[in-house]
Design a protein around this ligand. Structure first.
Ligand SMILES: [Zn+2]
Length: 302
């Protein structure tokens, strides 16, 4: 693989860590890829569609780390064929086969077929049957710098952040955007996501890097204020859904009403994401005694 200089779009954070800033500040479908240069090995974390479009990274890549199995975090897995690929053990199946990835989203029928094409054509998907799984707390020693995997599930089962040296923490899709937490896949979980938001608060770093949009956040105070705002979105969605359940409603009605995406957003997965998210909030309401199932598949607030 040839070396590709990124010029101004490579932002140096420390001696060993830099960010390859994706188009439009890493807005989806792109993202902010991390490059870590050690004395013995160099890693890229979550190689984006822009890494593919440019044809490579500024270093010879010995290993790719994927924070989780989602289409936008893995496009470079096909590019760096001679590099090892590591991902949390719970998400391994999402990068070894296309079917495995589709099962993580939980898409079926036409939505599944449509998104399969997008993932292959626009996100460069290629299976990596050689992918190796890691667990929470796994350490990668690159020589002079270490990367530690921190399991932060909820977005997907295996979603992980990475502590790189002492100064950098890669948050991946705890992306601190105004959109809020995404837990709309079959493999997402609201309770796990919220636990991960509590867990990640304890991470001390100089730079916090999100995959999308916010990009590099400097300092703990800025991180905590964005984290709080991000976390509050969950509560706002919950309240809005509870209000809607003043009348008995089905999950399909909740999905059509839209609590996650704005009504004009049309994607292959919007309906499925709305339904899964509504389902998770309704399960929370039932567990808390805030709503009850008044007839089969119909819920009303108490
Ligand atoms: Zn994701």
């Amino acid at each position: 693989m040839k070396l590709v200089e990124w010029g101004e779009d490579e932002r140096r954070l420390t001696d060993s860590v830099s960010v390859l800033v994706g188009s439009d500040n890493g807005k989806y479908p792109s993202g902010n890829t991390l490059v870590v240069r050690g004395e013995s090995e160099c890693f890229v974390i979550d190689p984006s569609v822009d890494v593919v479009a440019r044809g490579g990274a500024p270093v010879k890549v010995d290993a790719v780390l994927n924070s989780h199995a989602h289409e936008d975090h893995i496009p470079g897995n096909k590019l760096f064929t001679s590099a090892r690929v590591h991902i949390h053990e719970d998400d391994v199946s999402g990068i070894t086969t296309l079917d495995g990835l589709m099962d993580i989203y939980g898409l079926e029928g036409a939505a599944r077929e449509g998104f399969e094409r997008v993932v292959v054509d626009e996100f460069n998907f290629a299976p990596r049957p050689d992918a190796e799984g890691f667990g929470d707390g796994a350490i990668f020693d690159l020589g002079g710098v270490e990367i530690e995997a921190v399991h932060l599930p909820g977005h997907t089962r295996g979603h992980s952040g990475f502590r790189v040296g002492t100064d950098v923490f890669f948050l991946s899709d705890i992306d601190l955007t105004g959109f809020g937490p995404y837990y709309g896949d079959a493999w997402s979980d609201l309770e796990d996501f919220e636990e991960s938001l509590h867990k990640v608060r304890d991470e001390e770093a100089r730079y916090y890097v999100t995959y999308h949009h916010e990009g590099v956040i400097e300092g703990r105070a800025a991180f905590l204020s964005l984290l709080d705002a991000f976390h509050e979105v969950i509560g706002r969605r919950h309240e809005a859904m509870l209000e809607y359940l003043a009348e008995p409603r089905t999950l399909e009605e909740m999905a059509r009403h839209r609590f996650i995406y704005r009504p004009h957003v049309e994607t292959h997965f919007a309906e499925s994401v709305e339904r899964r998210s509504a389902d998770l909030h309704v399960q929370r309401m039932l567990a808390r005694g805030e709503a009850k199932e008044v007839e089969t598949g119909r819920y009303r607030r108490v």
